[in-house]
Write a protein that binds this ligand. Structure first.
Ligand SMILES: Nc1ncnc2c1ncn2[C@@H]1O[C@H](COP(=O)(O)OP(=O)(O)OP(=O)(O)O)[C@@H](O)[C@H]1O
Ligand SMILES: [Mg+2]
Length: 281
């Protein structure tokens, strides 16, 4: 594990080198429950290959936003597109195909307690009725990505919190989805285990070049992800050269169902918005 330098002296990010189709696009999306608005007219888009980190206080609507992006819930109004496909009006049957391109790591891991690690990770492939030998190979690949092959026959009750998150990541990446949705993957973990999880998230970002939305309560997670890259040769993360920021990592702060900030880490640190300044302190 490399040491993490979260110093805040950063060079300006390079612009994206070429235009991409948005991975996730929200247009004027609103949703509420029992008359209480939760998200108000949210509009944003992330490009293909971009990781967008969602920060914000508890109850601000971060998990709801991820569930909307996965089509698990529908907005009251507005449009949601995933890789250009409008999902907010699709019937469940058609959402199935879209979801095969999306991997989700739920808040608190959400493993199936009665299934072994192997069957938790294999779950989607088993649902798709893939051939058994194919499933075995891919489960081992996924578990080796999160360095947890030895736990294949264990059950969730036998795992630590950090191991459960790693299994949840292995389960989310097994279909090699183009979009990953991580809901608080470091929530409730100690700082060292959190850094291990963030390093895995970074490895996934930098090795497979996928798109991702990642929710976190820890500013530290956003700093590490925005200022480091995963080096395959050393199997460690390292600072972006020249004290720079990763151009494919953006940050969004949700506050009471509205976007309080959207931009790069450099822009976040330079923000003059009183709420953002207080949040950063
Ligand atoms: N199924 C639901 N029915 C009613 N209200 C809900 C439902 N799901 C979420 N809410 C409400 O929506 C608001 C936003 O919830 P959400 O779970 O998105 O917050 P969050 O930003 O993820 O918070 P945390 O940081 O604590 O995980 C909360 O006030 C919550 O009570
Ligand atoms: Mg949440």
């Amino acid at each position: 594990m490399s040491t993490v330098d979260s110093s805040t002296t950063l060079a300006a990010p390079e612009p994206h080198s070429e235009p991409h189709q948005p991975a996730v696009q929200f247009e004027n999306v609103s949703i509420g429950f029992d008359g209480n608005p939760v998200l108000h007219n949210i509009s944003f888009q992330t490009t293909s290959g971009e990781m967008c980190i969602l920060l914000g206080p508890a109850g601000g609507g971060k998990s709801i936003l991820l569930k909307l992006a996965n089509g698990l819930i529908k907005p009251d109004s507005g449009t949601i597109r995933i890789f250009g496909q409008e999902i907010s009006s699709l019937p469940e049957q058609e959402l199935f195909a879209i979801r095969s391109n999306i991997g989700m790591v739920f808040q608190e891991s959400a493993l199936f307690d009665s299934l072994s690690v192997r069957d938790n990770v294999a779950y989607r492939l088993m649902q798709q009725k893939d051939p058994e030998e194919d499933i075995d190979r891919r489960v081992i690949e996924s578990l080796s990505f999160v360095e947890l092959e030895d736990a294949i026959d264990k059950f969730p009750a036998e795992l630590s919190g950090g191991m459960k998150r790693r299994v949840a990541i292995a389960r989310a990446i097994i279909t090699q989805p183009k979009l990953l949705l991580y809901d608080s993957p470091t929530g409730g973990l100690d700082p060292i285990t959190s850094t291990t999880i963030i390093q895995l998230v970074m490895k996934q970002r930098d090795v497979y070049k996928g798109s991702a939305l990642l929710v976190t309560h820890r500013l530290q997670d956003a700093f590490i992800l925005a200022t480091h890259r995963f080096n395959r040769q050393t199997n460690q993360m390292e600072r972006v050269p020249g004290n720079g920021a990763d151009p494919n990592t953006s940050i969004m702060v949700l506050r009471e169902g509205r976007i309080a900030f959207s931009g790069s880490l450099v822009e976040l640190l330079r923000s003059e918005d009183p709420y953002i300044k207080e949040y950063l302190e």
